[in-house]
Design a protein. Structure first.
Lengths: 292, 582
């Protein structure tokens, strides 16, 4: 087997995994802070990607500009979504809170994907922007891939320090560990919840543009992304960004190599089986203790 | 008897449904068939979701597995009756197998895992050859709507009977206990894993029959129609819209949502999924507790009965007694013989040794005070004895039996009763139901539900909760919850009672009453008691001896008068002015 092919596949897997990880970041923060399983999270990427592609087709703007446009839009959506639809449920019993949030987020998932398909069509689409290729021996790397890889790494580092050092990051971590305790210490928990939804959705907007530059998106692909993101946060530890990045890359590589060496149609099974296996071995989630 | 009216009403509805195909159109029959299937799915989901409190997002996978098993069997020339059996058996086996890993998980993690099962089954159906891949399974064309319809009526009848049965039996109550607090359920003598596993298999079996009937009627199935996410959550939404855990919840939810869905299909060419999603969202946002729990329904004279909670269906047997006073058997006199022995007992959490190599003996008929500073290991010791924790090393011998590896319900059945320092009542059950729980689950002497509820009144009277018998446990204040803890522990009919700070926070008058209770329990019923308490004056009135713990070890053990003069006890626990205070 040609080593250059292996490297190509590995690079593709790392990129895909890095994008999975970015989806997982937001989901992880949201779950940690609000204890809500946000089933609509991956669908935000699908819809954001479709929107990015539509804007690009219409205007041919620089993807960075599209990103700058989508981040506040999805961020605002996240804030309002929590504030108007989920926050009122916190006053109810635990069972009602859980099932209520499942229904609200699944309902949002169905609405978002159906409306997106109605407006932009159900067909897969992307941002057909190609930078020139760089050659390292037999390995061909497009400049797009290189930029995106660099972008993911820088983004993770910045996000990591932001959450460690900033006021908002501290507030999120405080609420994650003990809701009541954080409230007593003067953190406005409800506001932090809503802002975390905004923050997580904003990250998805960035991921959506990057994803659409590399892979096709369609309005209905969101749910499988959500399942992958759940696998990643269980594997990497809730609230642990570096863990999530490593888990995401691991998943991306596993999917890439499964498609290549075995069969493409089994690649989506990896994340699901992985999720089940981890939960069976570690019923409290892998790496959970560390974040606690 | 209202019982009899229910059966008659139910039979009448089913008979009326059976007449539809002869008079109505095929369209009406198909619509009703869909509703019957939906009811079976929604109600069987609610046995796990509403009763046991486990949100199973993979319920639809059982429906799909049943449909595939049935259709594939039928395609291979197996007689049709046997095909239904195969569908149930295959699905039940799958449910049994997945219940082992799934029920290791709780709360959101359970939801995570069940959520992942659905796309996995879809993927398997897509990728395997024997399932026909994306083409699905096509049965030879045959018009079976009426046959399928009549079978569906039978299935709905069975589902309704099973639901009523769950309301009235102790199995249903085991599920309700599990929903509220698994630890407390085990302390009451309930084996929780078999109960959870049974209800999942039961729910899966009914779902598989629904799938088999639907597949037969459509004569065509493919992975998306039986495993797709948007269809999968509809039965769950139906159960929740009506009211999870209510007898009429699934019925009402199914009728409303099915009709609404039908209306959408007929009148709206586009965005059907989005509108349906909007409906799910609104249900989740405004009535996750269900339509039937709203005041408008409950306070209505005519339809208020639809919103009745389970506890309104069962009447307590009046005047059941075992003895005067508390319904506790007087225990065989074994005064002076050891009831409990701990030998070199050690319990550690990570590096933190909470109980350090403790050996002690408690004799029958003793009241022993267990004292020590906060964090000295008293509650951990209780947790080891009642098997909430498995000790790291050492032995616990109770009535000659080594408790190594025993489960919590074993300890309870052997005769170890306990209260929790922070009360853990079954919050959404009434006081009477809370106390009745262990009475139904105490091995050979277990009572039926009505009898247990009858006996519960006597325990409630003993601890002063008579006025609150039908109040929900989460509406009680802290002292009442502590009283309930004691009543529930007594209802376990213990030979050894572990009392964990029940008296703290009581007024002096209440403390005196409580001390009298403790004395009475020993004198009249022969119960041996270990009492953890900081109120020394209360202990002084009743204990035979005191054991003092400090940093996981026993530093003193003997009559109260000696212990209060012990140097180490004075230094670490009482402070120097204590002897005068006693």
């Amino acid at each position: 087997m040609d080593a250059s092919i292996i490297i190509q596949i590995a690079l593709g897997g790392i990129l895909l995994g890095g994008l999975y990880a970015m989806v997982a970041f937001g989901l992880s923060l949201i779950y940690g802070v609000a204890r809500i399983l946000n089933f609509a999270h991956g669908t935000l990427l699908a819809v954001g990607g479709v929107a990015a592609s539509a804007i690009f087709t219409a205007t041919a703007w620089n993807p960075l500009l599209i990103m700058a446009l989508l981040v506040p839009v999805l961020g605002l959506f996240g804030y309002v979504f929590y504030d108007k639809l989920l926050q009122p449920l916190t006053k109810r019993s635990h069972f009602e809170y859980t099932v209520g949030s499942v229904l609200v987020t699944v309902g949002a998932l169905l609405i978002l994907s159906d409306v997106a398909a109605w407006i932009a069509g159900p067909a897969p689409r992307n941002i057909p922007l190609r930078f020139e290729a760089m050659e390292f021996g037999d390995v061909i790397v497009s400049t797009t891939q290189a930029w995106i890889l660099g972008g993911i790494i820088v983004f993770t580092i910045v996000l990591h320090f932001y959450i460690k050092k900033s006021w908002f990051g501290r507030a999120m971590r405080a609420v994650t560990q003990d809701h009541t305790g954080a409230t007593i210490c003067g953190v406005q928990a409800d506001r932090v919840h809503a802002l975390t939804f905004a923050f997580g959705s904003g990250i998805v907007a960035i991921a959506a543009v990057l994803y659409t530059m590399l892979f096709p998106v369609d309005p209905y692909m969101g749910f499988s992304l959500t399942v992958k993101a759940f696998t990643i946060i269980i594997l990497g530890g809730i609230g642990n960004l570096v863990g999530a990045l490593i888990a995401g890359i691991f998943l991306g590589l596993a999917e890439g190599f499964t498609s290549f060496f075995w069969a493409t149609q089994w690649a989506p099974a990896i994340s699901i089986v992985l999720l089940l296996v981890i939960l069976v071995i570690f019923p409290q989630g892998f790496g959970w203790r560390k974040s606690k | 008897m209202s019982n009899y009216r229910y059966w008659l009403g139910g039979a009448f509805v089913l008979a009326a449904l059976a007449l539809i195909p002869t008079s109505g159109s095929a369209y009406t029959t198909t619509l009703l068939f869909t509703m019957l299937i939906s009811y079976t799915l929604a109600q069987s989901w609610d046995w796990v979701g509403g009763e046991a409190g486990y949100i199973n997002l993979a319920h639809f996978a059982f429906y799909g597995i049943g449909a595939y098993a049935f259709c594939l069997s039928l395609l291979n020339g197996i007689p049709i009756a046997l095909c239904f059996v195969i569908a149930v058996v295959v699905t039940s086996i799958v449910a049994l197998v997945v219940s082992f890993p799934l029920f290791r998980l709780r709360g959101d993690y359970f939801a995570f895992a069940t959520l992942a099962i659905l796309p996995l089954t879809e993927l398997l159906a897509f990728n395997f050859d024997f399932t026909g891949g994306a083409d699905g399974v096509v049965l030879p064309p045959k018009y079976v709507l009426f046959e399928a319809y009549y079978l569906a009526i039978g299935l709905v009848g069975l589902t309704a009977i099973a639901t009523v049965w769950l309301i009235r039996t102790r199995f249903g109550y085991a599920l309700k206990a599990i929903r509220n607090d698994e630890e407390a359920a085990e302390i009451c003598g309930i084996r929780i894993f078999p109960a959870k596993s049974r209800v999942l298999i039961m729910s899966a079996g009914f779902a598989s029959l629904a799938g088999a009937l639907q597949g037969w009627q459509l004569s065509y199935i493919d992975p998306t129609t039986v495993f797709g996410l948007d269809v999968a959550l509809i039965p769950i939404a139906m159960a929740l819209l009506g009211g999870s855990g209510l007898l009429w919840g699934a019925v009402v939810g199914v009728i409303i949502l099915s009709l609404f869905n039908q209306l959408l299909i007929v009148s709206l060419p586009i965005l059907q999924t989005a509108i349906f999603g909007l409906l799910l969202l609104l249900i989740g946002r405004y009535m996750p507790g269900g339509l039937l729990r709203s005041g408008i329904i409950r306070n209505n004279r005519w339809i208020g009965f639809l919103g009745r909670e389970h506890d309104r269906f069962v009447k307590a047997t009046a005047g059941v007694t075992m003895t005067d006073g508390l319904p506790l058997p007087k225990q065989s006199d074994m005064k002076g013989q050891p009831v409990l022995e701990c030998r070199n007992l050690t319990m550690a959490f990570g590096g933190n040794v909470a109980v350090d190599n403790i050996s002690l003996t408690i004799n029958a008929g003793e009241i022993v005070g267990l004292v020590g500073t906060n964090g000295s290991g008293k509650t951990t010791l209780f947790n080891c004895i009642s098997k909430v924790f498995e000790q790291k090393s050492g032995d616990i011998i109770f009535l000659g039996q080594n408790l190594a590896g025993a489960r919590r319900d074993d300890a309870s059945k052997l005769g170890i009763g306990r209260t929790f320092q922070i009360p853990q009542p079954f919050s959404d059950l009434t006081v009477a139901e809370n106390i009745a729980m262990p009475l139904m689950y105490r091995g050979a002497v277990s009572a039926s539900l009505p009898d247990a509820l009858g006996l519960a009144t006597q325990f409630a009277e003993y601890v002063g909760l008579t006025d609150h018998l039908s109040a929900r446990a989460d509406s009680l204040n802290l002292q009442q919850k502590k009283a309930l803890e004691l009543a529930r522990a007594l209802a376990c009919r213990p030979r050894l009672l572990l009392v964990d700070e029940v008296a703290s926070g009581l007024t002096p008058m209440e403390v005196r009453n409580f001390v009298n209770h403790i004395r009475e329990l020993r004198d009249n019923y022969g119960i041996t008691i270990i009492w953890v308490e900081h109120i020394f004056s209360a202990l002084a009135q009743v204990v035979d001896r005191v054991i003092v713990m400090e940093q996981g070890s026993i530093i003193a053990d003997g009559p109260l008068d000696d212990v209060v003069r012990d140097e180490r006890v004075l230094r670490t626990y009482l402070g120097s002015a204590a002897p005068e205070a006693v």
